[in-house]
Design a protein around this ligand. Structure first.
Ligand code: FAD
Ligand code: MLT
Ligand code: ZN
Length: 475
């Protein structure tokens, strides 16, 4: 795009949203041009901040008229580089930060309608104020947005009980690439009137259209929640404990998170104020959360009975049940700070795999062994949502080795891990999405038929290829 064309586009965009909402100065656009881990860098023609669905539609009409590619961005907390523009200077970033209204809460119908730019925590708080629960929870909840959660089909720490964003959404409002508005904000739990279009947009990572609002499911607030940390001899034991906990607690089991031993020194180094509760090093630690419809005494009895039986049988080595809200928060902080602790430790190779629970321990042992052969001393600091079969199987450089040089081996390390994931029928992205990080890896593991169907949908809904080109699918 020449300078004169760029000026025409910028003027047209200013006409849609007002000059103040079209950012072009480097100081204003810098934060939008790279992801939070600073792994991906781009250069947008402009960052455009519409304040309503109608303004989003107007922006998209300009984009279509001038063939300008568009990258949607919410809180920019994504893990796969999906929200970062490319370096061409031709793409615009469409920031949803001004689409920040909660439009409606219907407590009797257990639904809440929020615009795409509402921060997840604000939705949780609005639900709580209405005496209800919006259960999506993840460590970035103070900055990620509902639009980003939908576009990535976010998971987090309560999927085991409530499901991921796909399960929590009853309807969406979408602006198509050519600027039409689809009002699909239904609050219905049953609706068999044809294709379920909302599910196409959920998880589409900005490649099909802009999600501008959603109708979300609410739930009753549990009367009590109780958290415990348990140390175990092996991952096999943790998988077995998951089955035990499910039987003992049923739907009350809301989180079952796992932390491997190599994560602990990272926490201690980068978050020295956090107190690790066990004196001994243990191979595996799980964080269990129980939500109880009765009261805290009932929850405590259940959790302590489970822990006691496991300790007596020697299947759990040590354990602690939180005694207060402060202790609960302290236990959760150990889990929630892991992502940042790893980022602070230096560049590393991230994996977001999902395998059947029955295959989990063998996969970790096999992939770990192969990694040690390929890169002796590499630290495999895995953690994640064991209750969903989802591990963040992250690989850090051997101590003392240059992190950047190690990360340059990403393709080789990915192959080694992802081939083993594929061999046990798993997924190379459980919850973070493909973005640009896993686009080519996905093309390697998906069947030609499935890829062709995805390309067909993309061509039907975004015929000019303007939405996030180069993300999710190879162009
Ligand atoms: P962004 O990063 O801005 O965008 C993500 C993708 O969505 C991009 O492809 C973007 O183009 C697209 N997009 C954004 N808004 C829209 C829209 N309105 N319409 C269309 N496309 C859009 N994720 C999990 O699933 N589970 C976790 O447990 C988890 N833990 C995390 C912990 C930390 C500390 C951090 C930093 C991140 C974590 N994440 C997790 C990843 C991230 O928070 C989620 O992917 C989140 O859903 C992204 O929301 P966002 O608003 O920041 O989206
Ligand atoms: C988390 O579960 O904390 C994030 O999804 C993980 C990550 O950093 O890989
Ligand atoms: Zn996660």
């Amino acid at each position: 795009m020449g300078d004169a064309d760029a000026m025409v586009v910028l003027d047209a965009l200013r006409g849609c949203v007002g000059a103040a909402q079209v950012l072009t100065a480097a100081t204003d656009t810098a934060a939008y041009n790279e992801d939070w881990r600073r792994k991906y860098h781009g250069r947008a023609l402009a960052v455009v901040c519409p304040g309503s669905t109608a303004e989003v539609a107007a922006v998209m009409r300009v984009a279509t008229a001038h063939r300008v590619p568009v990258v949607a961005q919410g809180g920019n907390t994504g893990m796969s580089g999906g929200a970062t523009p490319d370096a061409s200077g031709r793409q615009i970033v469409l920031s949803t930060r001004r689409l920040n209204r909660i439009r409606h809460i219907d407590a009797a119908n257990d639904t809440l309608v929020a615009e795409a730019g509402v921060v997840l925590q604000a939705v949780q708080e609005a639900a709580r104020a209405a005496g209800r629960l919006f259960p999506l929870a993840l460590a970035a909840q103070g900055s990620c947005t509902i639009g980003g959660n939908l576009a990535t089909n976010a998971g987090g720490v309560a999927v085991l009980r409530y499901g991921s964003m796909r399960d929590l959404t009853l309807g969406v409002e979408v602006v198509t690439p050519d600027g039409r508005i689809w009002d699909g904000l239904r609050g219905l739990r049953k609706d068999n009137t044809g294709y379920d279009l909302k599910q196409l947009y959920i998880g589409s990572e900005g490649t099909l259209g802009i999600i501008t609002a959603a109708s979300l499911k609410l739930f009753p607030q549990p009367r009590a929640t109780l958290t415990a940390l348990m140390a175990l001899p092996s991952l096999d034991d943790a998988v077995r404990l998951l089955a035990e906990a499910r039987s003992a607690m049923g739907a009350g089991l809301t989180a079952f998170e796992v932390i491997s031993a190599p994560c602990v020194p990272l926490l201690q180094r980068h978050f020295p104020a956090l107190r690790w509760p066990f004196a001994e090093p243990h191979p595996v630690v799980v964080l269990v959360e129980l939500s109880d419809p009765e009261d805290e005494a009932h929850a405590r009895a259940l959790l302590e009975r489970l822990l006691g039986a496991e300790l007596d049988a020697g299947r759990v080595l040590d354990g602690v049940v939180a005694e207060s809200l402060q202790q609960t928060q302290a236990l959760w902080a150990l889990r929630e700070c892991l992502s940042e602790a790893q980022a602070l430790e230096g560049a590393h190779i991230k994996h977001d795999i999902c395998v059947p629970a029955s295959a989990m321990a063998a996969f970790v042992a096999d992939a770990g062994q192969a990694l040690q052969q390929a890169a002796p001393g590499a630290r495999v600091a895995w953690f994640g949502h064991l209750g969903d079969g989802n591990l963040h199987f992250n690989v850090l450089a051997p101590p003392g080795q240059d992190a950047a040089a190690f990360v340059a081996r990403q393709d080789e390390i990915n192959r080694l891990v992802h081939d083993r994931v594929a061999a046990c029928g798993g997924s190379i992205s459980a919850e973070h999405g493909l973005g640009q990080l896993r686009r080519d890896e996905n093309a390697r593991y998906k069947s030609p038929v499935e890829l062709a169907l995805m390309h067909t949908l993309k061509a039907a809904l975004d015929p000019l290829g303007l939405m996030a080109p180069g993300k999710v699918l190879q162009t």
